[in-house]
Design a protein around this ligand. Structure first.
Ligand SMILES: NC(=O)c1ccc[n+]([C@@H]2O[C@H](COP(=O)([O-])OP(=O)(O)OC[C@H]3O[C@@H](n4cnc5c(N)ncnc54)[C@H](OP(=O)(O)O)[C@@H]3O)[C@@H](O)[C@H]2O)c1
Length: 288
């Protein structure tokens, strides 16, 4: 039996990674990728029509408003995409009996904890992006029992714009790097997150609920930048220096490491350390 999976936000880095690594598979899982032009998730009519005209078993919602800084000034837009549109998707999933796999964020937490966040920990977002993503989660929980919400953190890939690619560009210019130590979290490779999503679909018996997923270990943005730089032998590591504070519009949680215990109990048991996952993406970017 074929399992039909719709992936929204098809041009984003996570969706493109799913396409690259899992589109061709031997598990009878058939992916359909739609980008914003093909299916705007804020268009309620288009969503309900598209879901009723097709027969999907799963929807992986990779569409989102992800610019944390701009979300401070355009919070209406962030809420429209990360909350109201997610509600449209949840309603359509319920009507057409589609299981929703939705991606959320460590930024639903305020960062006051000092040990990894559990799924049951109290949410308290401290920026507009986090607030909009939490509202999206709440709509899903209210509307649809058949859901997986996967909260993840500090995503990067070989696609689009992300921290890894920004730092590599600076390294290629031989620029000095001043990077903050103010936040601790876990960098996560889209490849490993895509694998988790794929396994949830393949296994079929994973209980519906919220899960946390990131790579193993923890880092500050400074540690992350320094590790990227260590993969470039010609770049002088002394050019990477730490700053205690970096002025941004959006406040970010000081600590947002996620506990993966619940996911490990139900699916994966092996997980890459963030440094190992990073090495793989850098190799891809260097064409090695
Ligand atoms: N990036 C991170 O560090 C991070 C961390 C934690 C969680 N997450 C979550 O992980 C998920 C995947 O993130 P990502 O990094 O892959 O994001 P991304 O690269 O920014 O991709 C998001 C995609 O959604 C599209 N989109 C925006 N509005 C849309 C709409 N109305 N209808 C359809 N598509 C729309 C965007 O298109 P345009 O670019 O054309 O607008 C973009 O292609 C998101 O839910 C995000 O909140 C990300």
């Amino acid at each position: 039996m074929m399992t039909n999976v719709l992936v929204t936000g098809g041009n984003g880095q996570l969706a493109r990674t799913i396409r690259e690594f899992f589109h061709n598979n031997n598990d009878n899982i058939q992916f359909t990728f739609v980008n914003k032009q093909e299916l705007d998730i804020t268009d309620q009519l288009a969503i309900s029509k598209y879901f009723s005209e097709n027969s999907f078993n799963y929807c992986v919602n990779c569409a989102a408003y992800t610019n944390v800084e701009l979300a401070e000034d355009f919070s209406d837009k962030a809420f429209q995409i990360n909350a109201e549109a997610v509600k449209n998707i949840a309603i359509a999933c319920k009507k057409e009996k589609v299981v929703l796999i939705h991606i959320s964020t460590d930024y639903v937490f305020d960062g006051k904890k000092k040990t990894p966040y559990l799924e049951t920990d109290k949410t308290n977002p401290i920026n507009e992006y986090g607030k909009s993503k939490l509202k999206g989660e709440q709509y899903i929980s209210e509307i649809l029992k058949e859901h997986f919400i996967i909260r993840t953190s500090w995503l990067y890939s070989s696609y689009g714009k992300n921290f890894v690619k920004t730092i590599i560009n600076k390294i290629n210019e031989n620029a000095d790097l001043k990077v903050t130590t103010a936040e601790t979290g876990t960098p996560t490779s889209c490849i490993d997150l895509a694998k988790v999503i794929y396994n949830i679909i393949k296994l079929k018996n994973v209980p519906y609920t919220i899960y946390h997923y990131s790579n193993e270990g923890e880092a500050t943005w400074y540690d992350f930048a320094k590790e990227i730089a260590t993969n470039f032998k010609d770049y002088d590591l002394d050019k990477v220096s730490q700053v205690a504070f970096f002025k941004t519009k959006a406040t970010r949680p000081k600590y947002s490491v996620l506990s993966k215990k619940k996911l490990f109990e139900n699916t994966i048991t092996n997980n890459n350390h963030w440094k190992k996952a990073l090495e793989k993406i850098i190799k891809i970017l260097k064409n090695e």
